[in-house]
Design a protein around this ligand. Structure first.
Ligand code: CA
Length: 228
């Protein structure tokens, strides 16, 4: 799941981003309305976490922004120090999906975020599957015939991305961006290493799928009995 975090308080932003990244979210974090609009134009997000008081305007303006292709913005969880009832009603009318009043607890933020992501109408499918493998995109758990497959964060992200594309090539850039966010440096073999660990774990679990390499292009996930 990919999240856009919009918060101008730097310490709060980096702490929240690090917390969510450790729990398997891919987080892009920005500190202004303008940067958020730019991020919404180039990235596809499953949800945004939105502070209202931003240096160049009110975060609420992003709730009604059109993103690329004229699509509505992703569902939002609003962070605000303004806990007056009138503010809440105004924000909800403007399209916010939930509110969290500062100061907040990070575990509660995560729980609320997952609730926002679970709602019908959000972009992603909740359950993905192929072969004997199933993947729940909310709990982020992979299972083979009901038994959990233990995967680390990077392998989980690669699996989720390949499963969502089932049978179509996922180019390296997309996978690297999902693993590291769009502004980080990636070592050349980091993706290969993650794919190789994932492949081993899926084989050992008897998942009934295979990961094919398209040299220099990317990867495809197929059911083991499917032709290439
Ligand atoms: Ca603020």
């Amino acid at each position: 799941m990919r999240i856009l975090l919009v918060e101008d308080h730097e310490a709060l932003r980096s702490m929240t981003a690090a917390y969510l990244a450790e729990r398997g979210f891919v987080v892009d974090d920005v500190g202004s309305v303008e940067a958020a609009r730019a991020a919404l134009d180039i990235g596809v997000y499953d949800a945004m976490i939105l502070d209202l008081g931003l240096p160049d305007g009110d975060g609420r303006s992003l709730l009604t922004a059109r993103v690329r292709g004229g699509a509505p913005p992703p569902p939002a969880l609003i962070l605000t120090a303004r806990d007056a009832l009138s503010d809440r009603i105004e924000g909800l009318n403007a399209g916010a999906d939930d509110y969290l009043v500062k100061p907040f607890d990070l575990d509660e933020l995560q729980a609320r975020l997952r609730a926002v992501l679970r709602r019908p109408g959000t972009r992603g499918e909740v359950a993905l599957g192929l072969g004997r493998l199933t993947f729940d995109t909310i709990s982020r758990e992979a299972k083979v015939e009901g038994r959990a497959v233990n995967l680390r964060r990077r392998e989980t992200l690669v699996l989720e991305t390949l499963l969502a594309a089932r049978g179509r090539i996922v180019v390296r850039d997309v996978l690297e961006e999902r693993l590291y966010g769009y502004d980080q440096m990636v070592t050349p073999n980091a993706l290969e290493a993650a794919v190789s660990r994932l492949r081993k774990a899926l084989d050992e679990a008897g998942a009934g799928v295979r990961i094919e390499v398209r040299r220099g292009i990317g990867y495809v996930l197929r059911a083991e009995d499917e032709p290439s």
